[in-house]
Write a protein of this length. Structure first.
Lengths: 200, 268
């Protein structure tokens, strides 16, 4: 019984396995981002940068925030995972330097804020999609300030809206599918996300 | 395809490369943050020029730096073009008109300013990161910024898995190849195989992370109340000077921009 009584108090404390797995998720996505940067980026992303179509595929950058939040289910997990992913891709040869880090912080905060507004109690598809949208909104606003700062106002709006759309679909939807598939492999056994799956 | 680019060789004894990682990050972050406020060619141009001049002091060779930065260069051109096309400042002589596409002298200048600013925002961080060792960074974050040690070293432990992940990526590719997968000309099938390979990498990484956490806990990772550090990071006067220099340069660039009337805040 004493075990159960301590559960609520410890709900927000990060266990070692939370820290390490959130970090590992961040590192894995960071490595994939590095591959993207070094292989795909120059042919796919770079030619689009500076155009209103740029955010459409940029939703890929937001997936770690959603996946980190859904897997770890702790305050700060979305922000932490996204920042680790950004930092790792920075160390493995991103040409963008610390603007990657700043992007990671804003994008993570966007998703984190949504999970916080849901009181860290909702981890389903709706929460995932909303968190993806929050991250997309944060990304859109930040990139309007940095990359397309001299756009006409209505084009800035188009840019932000397409960032939100890609966040909802690519980060939210795809991120949720990814976590569900991860849970089905049994790899998430130490987490609530893995247990919720096995009950069904 | 290989997963990770080989590390760019830098001279660790160069005067700025030897500085404390936290000092480097602070010095690089400051101009990038200040430049977010305004879009003007004067502050961006001055700061970009100052940081370009500092490149040899970081111990980074120009050929290596250019090889690393060419995607940024390509993106900068596109950022400049995009801003020139989608801006509403279309005064001056018309340079190009094709349907809805309109480029004028003023819009081109606007686009170039936007590109210059992105370059000035990115460069300081590139130089700082190229010369920072992740282990030093984790030590410095814990010792100088009081970042919780569990998080700093937990993420460092995960970072050490990156080469393993790269090796695993190769193994997964060969295993799929041996089963006749992955050689497709059909892009849809190739994408499906790639997706499976990525997912397998992620599952393997999570499993490895779980085992790593158990191993770390078994060695008292979370339990230690009084943690001592094996590697001391020093924060010297030279580190303070680096940050002060960055503050001074940034202030100088902003003052010049305001004095010449070029300073134009985004929110005004």
């Amino acid at each position: 019984m004493s075990e159960q009584a301590t559960v609520p108090a410890r709900r927000h404390r990060w266990r070692t396995v939370d820290i390490v797995v959130a970090s590992v998720l961040g590192v894995t996505f960071g490595v994939l981002f590095a591959v993207w940067n070094n292989v795909v980026y120059a042919t796919v992303s770079a030619p689009l940068s500076g155009s209103p179509a740029q955010p459409v595929i940029a939703g890929v950058w937001l997936i770690p925030a959603v996946v980190g939040g859904l897997v770890i289910r702790k305050a700060g997990a979305a922000l932490y995972t996204e920042v680790i992913a950004a930092t790792v891709s920075m160390f493995f040869g991103s040409a963008w330097g610390m603007s990657v880090f700043m992007s990671g912080v804003w994008q993570g905060l966007g998703a984190e804020l949504v999970f916080a507004l849901l009181l860290y109690r909702r981890w389903g598809l709706v929460a995932a999609v909303l968190a993806g949208g929050g991250a997309g909104l944060a990304m859109g606003v930040y990139e309007v300030v940095v990359y397309v700062s001299t756009y006409a106002a209505d084009w800035k709006l188009v840019y932000v809206l397409s960032a939100v759309a890609t966040g909802l679909v690519l980060a939210g939807g795809l991120g949720w599918l990814l976590v569900r598939a991860l849970a089905r492999t049994g790899a998430l056994a130490p987490f609530a996300a893995g247990r919720a799956q096995s009950e069904i | 395809m290989t997963l990770l680019q080989t590390h760019l060789s830098t001279d660790p004894a160069a005067p700025l490369a030897r500085r404390n990682p936290v000092a480097k990050l602070a010095a690089a972050l400051l101009p990038s943050l200040v430049l977010l406020v305004s879009v003007d060619p004067v502050s961006s141009g001055l700061l970009l020029a100052a940081w370009l001049v500092s490149v040899p002091a970081w111990g980074v060779g120009w050929p290596g730096l250019l090889r690393r930065l060419w995607p940024l260069g390509l993106a900068l051109v596109m950022v400049a073009l995009g801003n020139a096309v989608f801006t509403d400042r279309k005064g001056g002589a018309t340079l190009l008109e094709a349907g809805p596409l309109l480029l004028t002298a003023e819009s081109l200048a606007t686009g170039l300013t936007a590109g210059l600013r992105v370059a000035a925002i990115a460069l300081p961080g590139v130089l700082a990161i190229l010369t920072i060792d992740p282990v030093d960074l984790a030590d410095a974050l814990v010792q100088h910024l009081r970042v919780p040690a569990r998080f700093a070293y937990g993420s460092l432990a995960a970072f050490r898995l990156a080469p393993l992940l790269a090796a695993e990526w190769e193994v997964l590719g060969r295993a799929r190849r041996a089963r006749g997968l992955g050689g497709d000309r059909n892009p849809a099938r190739a994408l499906a195989v790639l997706g499976g390979r990525l997912f397998a990498l992620l599952v393997g990484a999570v499993r490895r992370g779980t085992q790593l956490a158990v191993a770390m806990d078994a060695r008292g990772f979370a339990a230690s109340a009084h943690r001592t550090s094996a590697r001391r990071q020093t924060f010297t006067r030279a580190d303070v000077a680096l940050i002060a220099g960055s503050v001074l340069l940034t202030a100088l660039a902003v003052t010049t921009a305001v004095a010449t009337g070029a300073w134009s805040p985004l929110l005004s």
